[in-house]
Design a protein around this ligand. Sequence first.
Ligand code: SAM
Length: 273
Amino acid sequence: MATQVSRSEQSSEFLAKQGIHDEWRSDYLNPYLEPFYELAFARVREALGAKPGSTLLDAGCGSCVHAARFARAGVKVVGVDFSQAALTDARRALERQGLGASVELHQADLRKLPLESGKFPAISCWGVLMHVPDLEPALAELARVLAPGGRLAIMENNVHSWHVRWFEPTLRAFKRVLGRKVGSVAKTERGLEEWRDEGLMVRKLDPAWIQAAMERLGLRLVTRFSGQFTEMYTSLPTRLLKRAVYRFNQRWLEANRSPARAMGNIFIFEKCE
Ligand SMILES: C[S@@+](CC[C@H](N)C(=O)[O-])C[C@H]1O[C@@H](n2cnc3c(N)ncnc32)[C@H](O)[C@@H]1O
């Protein structure tokens, strides 16, 4: 427990810095990925029932690239993130797009949200929980602030995906041969938890574990669908190769393939009335 607490602090300190947010923006939020996100978030919006004029919590909003997507669809967004660096970028980008009035931002930790219980009919938490070492308090807070009958979308990486089972071990083996540093990976009941040197946790989640954990909090799984098949593009050396993978992921999403072997998994939970 003590280790987990100190690791949480280490992770909070690391995520507070600007550098990692710049790296994420270039790896995951570049213009080539826009068609993928537009389709993925249209599905998320529909599954959440997030209609124009309704309110949504973007938990771990980062620089608000996806919060802006909800706002452009007429949804009023409350964004929370514990990184002031990310929130400052977010505020600037939202104002630039004329969306400043549609998104309210708060600096807050998901594990202790300064928000009223049962306030939100819809919550989106995209690519965030994988970086939260002590996951259970964050899940409990999301369940607490969700309104009865409300829906929560969580996007996490699937421990059973081909990317995690085949590609990542191969990549780690190559890195070792080349004398490059690799993080330490531990198998836990939640999935595979990797600690990178800088203090960042990256978890590959066991879908059965999160389903059971949410059931204990009074939320049932409504549906689970596929996001991207692989994020191999982050390790490829040329733009041409990266774009080939973006295209493959786009086709995968368009075909609405099974999430069982895909890396990105989107879970939609509903809070029992
Ligand atoms: C990979 S980024 C994803 C950001 C955004 N959801 C997106 O998809 O662009 C993860 C975000 O979660 C935030 N985060 C991680 N742990 C958090 C916590 N315990 N409380 C609040 N925010 C957290 C980080 O600061 C970061 O902005």
